[in-house]
Design a protein around this ligand. Structure first.
Ligand SMILES: *Cc1c(COP(=O)(O)O)cnc(C)c1O
Length: 365
């Protein structure tokens, strides 16, 4: 019998938000009647300029991509005021997390993260057999992080701000004060997948990659085009850090890890600020409706700095039960029972999608 790598034994496969195709097959619902609010995608799609640019270069598909990624790197370095040598681009920021894990951790390592946070940190940590240490509180408590850091001497610390799946964000000043106290041989990852939303809502949450690069040789900032930029299907994310970190990560990068179409899409997306700003404005307008709905229904809602809301249900309901019933009606949301929370994570959709969600949930509670 085939024996596999022992490190894989206890890994649960990452459960992505259910794709629309699956709901069509399982429940026989027409695709047009399915609403997917499960993966924090931009409900307004992506910039029309991106679609046009991708259409224009579609004939280049036969050629390998530009592996220097010159166009996207210069777009990112201009935007964030860093050098090309400070940037690595991954097939989603997920892939950068994978590189980070392999660059620093092994089976003797400890990885420190929040009690509830992005599931991929744990999965990649398990790939290398590292031990996972978690804080206790639901929100990032940097004092608790510091206490565990002193006690456990982790090799990597993950800070997710704003945090997925809860939506809360760390105060930037407090975060920098924390980073100041961490020794240079501990790698700290600041995952800013939803930073575009957070900084628009409250500037005290804004973490600029530039300030990280300028002040720390052991900290990396992660960003992605999958959320505010509406390019989840293009799988493009990035890490920004001191050149020495980037140099090490490059040793792990497979050649041509970003496709020609993705490189073009991300470069053009970064240039269309109006589209992103409009999406963000709409997001927070619609989020108000979720807050009103939750207060009317007596549901606790976590104050969110992202494009999703987390609805904490009372003991009278089970989130997995409600999520299944919503699914049967074509409404895909994220059940958080796997995170030990009796809660639903719902992406803030278009006005129509949200209205539909309110209607269906109201019928169930
Ligand atoms: C979505 C997400 C990512 C990564 O997304 P990619 O599509 O791989 O770029 C990383 N971190 C968090 C917290 C996320 O929610």
């Amino acid at each position: 019998m085939l024996q596999f790598n022992k490190k894989l034994e206890n890994i649960k496969t990452y459960e992505a938000g259910k794709p629309i195709e699956l709901v069509v097959r399982e429940f026989g619902i027409e695709p047009k009647d399915i609403v997917k609010l499960a993966s924090n995608e931009n409900p307004y799609g992506c910039s029309p300029k991106v679609q046009e640019a991708v259409r224009k270069i579609i004939s280049k598909m036969a050629l390998y991509p530009d592996d220097s990624m010159g166009k996207l790197k210069s777009a990112l370095s201009n935007r964030f005021e860093v050098r090309d040598a400070n940037i690595i681009i991954g097939s989603g920021s997920d892939q950068v997390i994978e590189f980070l894990m392999h660059s620093k951790a092994n089976e003797n390592s400890k990885i420190l993260m929040n009690s509830v946070t992005f599931a991929m940190y744990e999965i990649y940590a398990r790939h290398v057999g590292a031990q996972i240490i978690r804080t206790r509180s639901q929100e990032h408590d940097l004092d608790a992080f510091y206490t565990l850091y002193k006690k456990e001497k982790p090799d990597i610390i993950f800070l997710c701000t704003p945090n997925n799946p809860t939506g809360d964000a760390i105060d930037a000043k407090e975060m920098f004060a924390f980073l100041d106290k961490i020794d240079g041989n501990t790698l700290v990852v600041v995952d800013g997948a939803y930073m575009e939303y957070a900084q628009a809502k409250d500037s005290s949450k804004k973490v600029a990659p530039k300030s990280i690069v300028e002040s720390y040789e052991n900290v990396i900032y992660l960003g992605t085009f999958s959320k505010a930029y509406g390019l989840g299907g293009m799988r493009t994310g990035y890490g920004i850090a001191h050149a020495q970190i980037i140099k090490e990560l490059y040793k792990l990068r497979p050649p041509f890890n970003i496709t020609t179409l993705s490189l073009e899409a991300a470069s053009v997306a970064l240039g269309d600020e109006d589209f992103v700003n409009e999406s963000i404005t709409n997001n927070f307008l619609e989020m108000k409706r979720y807050e009103e709905f939750a207060s009317k229904q007596n549901i606790d809602i976590i104050n969110s700095y992202t494009n999703f809301v987390t609805l904490c249900l009372s003991d009278r309901y089970s989130s997995s039960d409600i999520a299944t019933k919503l699914l049967q009606k074509g409404m895909i949301v994220r059940d958080l029972s796997g995170y030990k929370m009796n809660a639903l994570r719902v992406t803030v959709g278009t006005p129509e999608q949200n209205t539909q969600f309110f209607k269906l949930l109201e019928e169930l509670i």
